[in-house]
Design a protein around this ligand. Structure first.
Ligand code: ATP
Ligand code: MG
Length: 406
């Protein structure tokens, strides 16, 4: 597989306030062409560090893409660093200077002297036009490697990449990629279950990505190893079964929406600790009005009693965070809304309010339909935000599993 790497240049990305997103965009097109990104580096506006990064990159990869540091200011040092590293002079490109001057004249401005340096190109390089800003890009083929210098702002970098760079990339064989998304399983558990498959892979790359209450597994292979990857995918399906909620990029709420639509069923929800998050996620799906009837946030005890007729003595006896209350919430909202399905969620999101018997993260989710009401008890770790999200994820996943039953 061809190897590429990306160097993001800019001191702001070494602060807590900005992150490098250009490399995410670039990685997607590279992968589509069968080119593997083997490393990413972020360096500040520092010529010495940049030269050092180029030295490492040239050892490791055939394609090196730098973004940022092409502006006119003194802290924009990419050109200088590349010239130093390649030991070539920076040469003024008169045509490029004219086109930069023209950009300013078009706007009735005089070109500041500082912008002159943007017309300087490391010897042997080709200027790449920038239709959305003043900084031209540069393409250099040197030491049997390809080096691209692109501007930092995404709206300048992306069109330049599309229009002037992609065609210069070598085309490796097409790539086979298989994605699986799994809800409500810890990363370590998924990894462990898949070990028998993943430990045998020769040419297929296995990646596991974790976010809150969701795991993504990728199998990536060059075309010649397609059979191996397909075989592995088949085994993954066998091992994880219906714990996989999609083999595409849909969100869990999309999958639930599609199932409800297909089954022509309707849904209402009663939320306490998720504070409307579940309803929000359900209604993030376009067309959700076809199946989502209503949601209520019954946060206080009084709300549960008044709106959903949860018996007062039930709350007194079991507490608002309890299986009986979750069940009543689900059954009542279902009945009041006259929907096929009703969900009730109650829990302790924390960080305060936990007790030894009812710790922070304790959540009950109940699901009622015309036949049965089921309730699940969970103990979620993490922050308030995380617990709320995981609770909404648990509710969506229960819905999904219920809707998949015959
Ligand atoms: P300019 O001519 O606009 O100065 P430049 O090539 O010098 O172009 P930088 O000065 O390095 O670019 O970056 C300009 C802005 O572009 C940054 O403030 C930042 O908002 C954005 N940017 C730079 N690099 C990245 C990156 N890797 N990912 C996302 N945004 C970036
Ligand atoms: Mg700049």
């Amino acid at each position: 597989m061809l190897k590429a790497e990306i160097i993001a240049i800019g001191s702001e990305m070494l602060t807590p306030f900005r992150s490098d997103t250009n490399s995410l965009y670039l990685t997607r097109t590279l992968e589509e062409r069968g080119i593997r990104v083997v490393a990413k580096t972020i360096v500040g506006d520092d010529q010495k560090e940049l030269v050092r990064a180029l030295e490492v990159a040239f050892v490791r990869s055939g394609i090196i893409i730098c973004t940022g540091g092409l502006g006119p200011t003194v802290d924009d040092l990419t050109r200088e660093a590349v010239a130093e590293f390649l030991q070539v002079p920076l040469i003024l490109d008169p045509e490029l200077l004219q086109s930069i001057e023209f950009r300013f004249r078009e706007r009735n401005l005089r070109m500041p002297e500082a912008n002159r340096k943007q017309a300087m190109i490391p010897q042997g390089g080709t200027a790449l036009p920038n239709h959305h800003g003043s900084a031209p890009g540069v393409y250099i083929a040197a030491r049997e490697k390809q080096l691209f210098l692109l501007p930092g702002p995404p709206f300048e970098m992306e069109p330049m990449w599309e229009r002037y760079c992609v065609a210069r990339l070598p085309q490796d064989e097409p790539v086979y990629r298989q994605i699986f998304r799994i809800a409500m399983m810890p990363e370590s558990r998924v990894d462990e279950l898949l070990r028998p498959v993943t430990s045998e892979l020769q040419e297929t790359t296995y990646t596991i990505l974790a976010s809150v209450a969701e795991i993504e597994v990728h199998l990536l292979a060059p075309d010649r190893a397609r059979e191996e990857a397909q075989h592995a995918a088949e085994k993954v399906r066998k091992i994880l079964g219906n714990r996989i909620f999609t083999e595409g990029l849909e969100r869990l709420e999309d999958v639930v929406g599609a199932l409800l639509r297909k089954a022509r069923r309707t849904l209402s929800v009663a939320e306490s600790c998720t504070g409307g998050l579940l309803g929000h996620r359900i209604t993030q799906v376009s067309g959700s009005s076809a199946y989502f009837e209503r949601g209520v946030i019954v946060y206080s005890n009084l709300a549960k009693i008044e709106m959903l007729h949860v018996p007062e003595d039930m709350i007194a006896r079991y507490g608002a965070v309890s299986a009986p209350v979750a069940i009543t919430m689900a059954e009542q909202i279902r009945q009041i809304s006259r929907t096929g399905l009703g969900v009730g969620v109650t829990g302790i999101a924390g960080p305060e309010g936990g007790t030894p018997e009812k710790p922070v993260g304790l959540v009950y989710v109940a699901l009622a339909d015309e036949k049965v009401t089921r309730v699940e008890r969970y103990n979620f770790p993490g922050t308030r935000e995380r617990i709320k999200f995981t609770a909404s994820q648990a509710a969506l996943n229960l819905l999904r599993l219920r809707l998949m039953e015959p």
